[in-house]
Design a protein around this ligand. Structure first.
Ligand code: MLT
Length: 394
């Protein structure tokens, strides 16, 4: 008989990962023979561009790449990141001290809490928010203080709503624009406000910019790091995952405040041994190669966004088209919670949507749809919803 082992408190406090729960549900339905269309996880369905794959193939054959990489990342990779920041945002980064490679930005987002949060410390986390912000903080024993993102405030946290004693206690703040799950965007005024708040209360800002390249109608999302003083108060997490359809490759970075970059690199050198160099070379190709594939991908998502929003609006929603991200965030109809509405859509239409409650306790009442599904299947999902759920009211 298996021995029983008492789990550590930190693991007991950790809920199962949102998409692990959803994957299980999808499997159960598929095993029961239901044709499920998943608009749940935001995982690009389009392939990684050929020139990136070819670079991986070439580099995988080189013996030097078969050994341990450096955990901070090859200097050539960090230089490519710095050059990309310069070209894209006009941001100057010292590649040696202000950039560290990550095994996907999720990894760094989870680990940064171990660098700056002691048990009992307060961390400011958006709600709704990518579950890893709170998850990493909880693992480090810290206490998330949730900043509600409300539609009437364009899904930006209202910093003046944070009680002064909480702001004084807080060690770190996570923010994320373009935003998952709301699709909201942030501009200069907001970032300047965040920087001055961080300086006033001595708070480390961790900005997640994973969706900066997924934008529409000519809009170019900014980087947090391009605003004066940003590098003095924070870092930005980013990756090639969403930009070049490379979620499975697991490669990203953190950039900005050199001491924070150093601390994260030091932590990681005690935990992992970096990312396979062939993958780093492939990511360099992505960042420095032709960007036509990115422009093409934006067009594809924009068309899907328009189809999706128009179809939901024809069923009774009144949604605006998001300017960025591949997510549409929508309120649930009257009489439903986000869980009960997601269940209804799954049972009646065989379509997976993500309940807002998975992104925080203030986010019940919403659901998220990801545009990472080919057009024909997405249209089929919408037709099934129209036929089996019909017009909705709020
Ligand atoms: C999501 O669906 O929220 C994202 O794909 C999760 C991630 O980036 O890890």
């Amino acid at each position: 008989m298996n021995m029983q082992f008492e789990q550590a408190q930190r693991i007991k406090r950790l809920p199962p990962y949102l998409f692990a729960r959803i994957e299980k549900l999808i499997k159960e339905k598929r095993d029961a023979g239901v044709d499920i269309i998943s608009l749940g996880i935001g995982d690009p369905d389009m392939p990684t561009p050929d020139y990136i794959i070819e670079e991986l193939q070439k580099q995988a054959e080189i013996g030097a790449n078969h050994q341990y990489p450096s955990s901070a990342g090859m200097l050539a990779y960090r230089k490519a990141v710095a050059q990309w920041y310069k070209n894209r945002f006009g941001v100057e980064l010292d590649s040696a001290s202000e950039v560290v490679s990550l095994i996907g930005s999720k990894e760094g987002i989870a680990h940064i809490s171990f660098c700056y949060l002691n048990p009992g410390d307060t961390v400011l986390v958006p709600d709704p928010g990518y579950p890893v912000y709170a998850g990493g903080a909880i693992l480090a024993g810290a206490e998330p203080y949730y900043m509600p993102l409300k539609a009437e405030k364009s899904f930006l946290p209202d910093l003046s709503d944070i009680p002064v004693d909480v702001a004084r206690r807080a060690k770190m703040m996570f923010i994320n624009y373009p935003n998952n799950p709301t699709g909201a965007v942030a501009g200069e005024e907001f970032y300047r406000e965040v920087i001055s708040f961080a300086k006033e209360y001595n708070i480390l800002i961790c900005h997640d910019a994973a969706y900066s390249e997924i934008a529409y109608d000519g809009y170019e999302p900014p980087s947090f790091l391009q605003y004066p003083g940003a590098k003095e108060v924070g870092i930005e997490f980013h990756s090639v995952s969403k930009t070049y359809n490379m979620t499975g490759w697991r490669i990203g970075w953190a950039a900005g405040h050199p001491q924070v970059v150093e601390a994260l690199g030091r932590l990681k050198s005690n935990i992992d041994s970096g990312q396979f160099q062939a993958v780093q070379y492939a990511a360099i190709q992505g960042l420095t190669g032709p960007q036509d594939a990115v422009l093409q991908m934006r067009k594809v998502y924009q068309e899907r966004r328009d189809i999706l929003v128009d179809a939901l609006n024809s069923m009774g929603w009144q949604l605006e088209k998001p300017k960025a991200t591949f997510y549409v965030w929508a309120p649930v109809p009257a009489g439903y919670t986000s869980e009960s509405f997601a269940e209804l859509v799954l049972d009646k239409a065989g379509v997976v949507i993500t309940p807002g409650s998975g992104y925080g306790s203030n986010s019940d009442g919403f659901f998220r749809i990801a545009l990472t599904m080919e057009k024909e299947r997405m249209i089929e999902a919408l037709e099934r919803m129209k036929k089996n759920i019909g017009m909705v009211e709020f």
